[in-house]
Design a protein around this ligand. Structure first.
Ligand code: NAD
Ligand code: TYD
Length: 365
């Protein structure tokens, strides 16, 4: 994106979460003259500490608030003269959606709809729609369902077939975004991306969970036979893909973002163990901590992304190699204990205790 176009005025929902926080850092590092307003409810997954490094940035503002609060969102869009809304806020963990789907319906479907209504009310009001506005919706490859071993990767035209309450709620939100473009002319784009990893990820997801458990000598729980496949994308590459879509993506379109990195869960965890073996040879082999545990109900077998549209149309390629970026991620967690140690208290311990049983959680120290 051309820095000459700055200053732009962004509203980032869920900016205290994993990908949202990385996006805010990415954006303000490249476009320091831009205005970035974050709205985040600070649920268990939101963490103000993830934004500490840019709290003093003159273009940054944090608002603790709910995306379902349409009046608040309308007020922010007006008072900050926002022209780009990037929507990350969501309930995002599949296992929690299985344990309690209601929050996923409320946040992911009703929350997205409240944002769409606010954007429509402010940007498309009366005879003077705001030219150049953009509503970018961040979604997931999980809306496409599960692939067999030799099936072709998901493309933007793959039929939706979500299997978990999480992916079903994201699918519903994608459909609402699409409908607001076709029906009301809202300038929308959607990205469906694969599994992210990197700094600031809440340690309920596979990679940070296993990193923290490795650091503490705890078990590494692999569901089922450990051979489910995901495509892994370094979070900075995801931010880069979204930047490209905001810059040159065609309104009304969907773009898949992938890492070109299909791995079984067992391969991912073995790679983590290999890095730890070199960092802490006295504790090797770390793979002895791997435990195969009861499978996730309805566990999707394989996700894979065909990202040709983004690559050819918007000249995007992921920059990071999996093994290197995974090592970078491990180093980040090792050097940011002050970020993750406080998370291990309270709610997190309850979740890990109820989901895995005792003994699987890294300790709060
Ligand atoms: P996350 O769970 O780390 O963060 C979600 C953030 O949203 C938190 O800061 C939370 O406080 C906030 N939030 C939740 N409900 C809210 C509400 N009602 N109002 C305001 N804020 C609220 O999630 P993430 O991993 O950063 O994912 C961000 C987006 O990317 C989600 O939409 C997710 O579906 C999508 N996505 C994630 C991945 C992944 O691998 N993590 C992959 C593909 C797509
Ligand atoms: P996760 O990080 O929860 O992302 P998603 O479910 O959105 O893909 O899980 C990634 C893969 O790792 C998925 O196949 C489930 C598996 N998994 C485990 O085997 N053990 C775990 O403890 C977790 C959290 C996930």
């Amino acid at each position: 994106m051309d820095p000459e176009c700055s200053p732009r005025r962004l509203l980032v929902t869920g900016g205290a979460g994993f990908i949202g926080a990385n996006f805010v850092h990415y954006w303000l590092a490249r476009y320091p003259a831009d205005r970035v307003v974050v709205i985040d409810l600070l649920t268990y997954a939101g963490n103000r500490a993830s934004l500490a490094a840019i709290e003093e940035h003159p273009g940054f503002r944090f608002v603790q608030g709910d995306i379902r609060d349409q009046a608040l969102v309308e007020r922010l869009l007006r008072e900050e003269a926002i022209d780009i809304l990037v929507h990350f806020a969501a309930e995002s963990h599949v296992d929690r959606s299985i344990a309690g789907p209601d929050a996923f319906i409320d946040t992911n479907i009703l929350g997205t709809h409240a944002l769409l209504k606010a954007a429509r009310a402010v940007w498309l009001a009366g005879d003077a729609p705001l030219p150049g506005h953009r509503f970018h919706h961040v979604s997931t490859d999980e809306v496409y369902g599960s692939l067999g071993q030799s099936d072709p990767a998901f493309s933007e035209t793959t039929a939706y077939a979500p299997n978990s309450p999480y992916s079903a709620s994201k699918a519903a939100s994608d459909h609402l975004v699409r409908a607001y473009h076709h029906t009301y002319g809202l300038n929308t784009t959607i990205s469906n991306c694969s599994n992210n990893y990197g700094p600031y990820q809440f340690p309920e997801k596979l990679i940070p969970l296993c990193i923290l458990n490795l650091l503490e000598g705890k078990p590494l729980p692999l569901y089922g036979d450990g051979r489910n496949i995901r495509d892994w994308l370094y979070v900075e590459d995801h931010c880069h893909g979204i930047e490209r879509i905001l810059e040159r993506g065609r309104v009304g379109e969907t773009y898949n973002i992938g890492g070109d990195n299909e791995r079984t869960n067992l391969q991912v965890v073995e790679t983590l163990c290999g890095v730890m073996d070199t960092l802490r040879p006295e504790d090797a082999p770390h793979a002895r901590h791997i435990r195969f545990v009861k499978d996730r109900p309805g566990h999707d077998r394989r996700y894979a992304i065909a990202a040709d549209k983004l690559e050819y149309e918007l000249d995007y390629t992921p920059m990071h190699r999996f093994e290197e970026a995974l090592a970078t991620t491990i180093h980040w967690y090792i050097s940011h204990e002050t970020w993750w140690r406080p998370i291990l208290n309270g709610e997190y311990r309850e979740w890990v205790g109820s989901h895995y049983g005792s003994g699987c959680a890294a300790s709060p120290g």
